[in-house]
Design a protein around this ligand. Structure first.
Ligand code: FES
Length: 371
């Protein structure tokens, strides 16, 4: 919307003035918290999405089709989005990677969510998501995505829930009628855990595409047996040396793929995204003492040795967060004083007034954090 300049005087369009007035009247909640009561899909500022279809697969996965509001700027295959869902009156945010093509009709999004037994949001979506449900959405983010121009030959490797970003890549490439070779190598424990099986069959029929599904705990049930190996890679992509590879899966499986690629001297061609955190460094006993001060809330709590996000939640606070594994940075808060140790890298840091990620940092002794 452009301002009108007339006679040297800057005029604000009527609609914008009306919106500004409505915003002022709606403070502190913002006008969109009121419009959602009347027309949930019409928002002035907020990016949201409406669930248009729900498909449950296996016993623990649900795929949601979403129609975002007009603020949505699209995504690149492999990126993630933060989704906010209200559970028992409290809004919770989690990160999910869209599994559809970048070129989905009307900017539609598709998310496949695997429910974990203790996953508040994933359980809620599995059990209660229905067409019409509105969720909060953030613009897509993340550096793990297909580059432009596309590499000619591409290997996609995933396991379990890690299928979503690489399936988005495969669907995007097929939509683009990619003229290079694409190998898609995916692992599940048992065949009943495979999601998007029908879609994978469709994609496997595309020119230049090879789809191989491995079952790690059911010999003979997949195209290959057992965990990832150099042999599986050679079978899926005998041309692997000239290809770029994109990998997403649990930490242990990713380490196995990394070892094979490094062993072949192809480590620089392997691009990765984890969907679970690497095993966290356990704090030593002499670090678990002192007081964590959540100074913006006026709460002190005894340091339990857990990461700060969990300690804040245990103290009754609800800091913003998304992935809970150090990827999205939505949990960043300022450490005013004290020392924290990064649970993934093991590095300790005590410089005052530094932003840190609550989900991967543990306090070492007394810490003051602005939460
Ligand atoms: S919640 Fe994503 S980085 Fe902490």
């Amino acid at each position: 919307m452009t301002d009108i300049i007339a006679g040297g005087k800057r005029r604000v369009p009527l609609l914008r003035r009306f919106v500004g007035l409505a915003e002022a009247m709606a403070t502190p909640h913002g006008v969109d918290r009121y419009t959602e009561l009347i027309a949930p899909t019409v928002t002035v500022n907020d990016l949201r999405a409406q669930v248009t279809a729900v498909r449950r697969e296996g016993d623990r996965s649900v795929t949601l089709s979403l129609r975002p509001t007009r603020q949505w700027r699209g995504f690149r295959a492999g990126q993630f989005v933060r989704v906010g869902v209200v559970v028992d009156g409290v809004r919770h945010t989690r990160c999910f990677s869209p599994c559809g093509s970048e070129h989905g009709a009307d900017g539609r999004l598709e998310l496949t969510v695997k429910a974990h037994p203790s996953g508040l949001v994933s359980q809620e979506l599995l059990e209660r998501a229905r067409p019409g449900l509105m969720v909060d959405l953030a613009q897509a983010a993340g550096e793990f995505h297909l580059p432009m121009p596309r590499p000619r030959d591409i290997v996609l490797i995933s396991a379990g829930s890690g299928i979503t970003p690489v399936l988005a890549m495969l669907r995007t490439l097929v939509d683009e009628r990619h003229d290079g070779r694409v190998a898609f190598l995916h692992y599940v424990r048992r065949p009943e855990e495979l999601v998007h099986a029908q879609e994978l069959r469709r994609l496997a029929a595309a020119r230049g595409v090879a789809v191989i599904v491995g079952c790690t705990a059911a010999d003979g049930a997949g195209d290959v047996d057992g965990h990832f190996s150099a042999g599986h890679l050679a079978l899926a992509a005998p041309w692997v040396r000239g290809a770029q590879a994109y990998l997403c899966g649990p930490a242990r499986m990713m380490a196995a793929v990394r070892e094979v690629y490094d062993g072949m001297g192809l480590g620089a061609r392997l691009h990765t995204e984890a969907f679970d955190a690497a095993p966290a460094a356990v704090p030593s006993d002499d670090e678990v003492h002192g007081t964590v001060t959540f100074s913006a809330s006026g709460i002190d709590a005894a340091n339990t040795g857990d990461v700060l996000l969990e300690q804040a939640e245990a103290a009754g606070l609800s800091p913003e967060h998304g992935c809970r594994m150090g990827i999205c940075f939505s949990c960043t808060a300022v450490r005013r004083s004290g020392c924290t140790r990064n649970a993934l890298t093991g590095e300790a840091d005590a410089e005052p007034d530094q932003p840190i990620q609550l989900c991967i940092n543990r306090p070492v002794g007394d810490v003051d954090i602005v939460v």
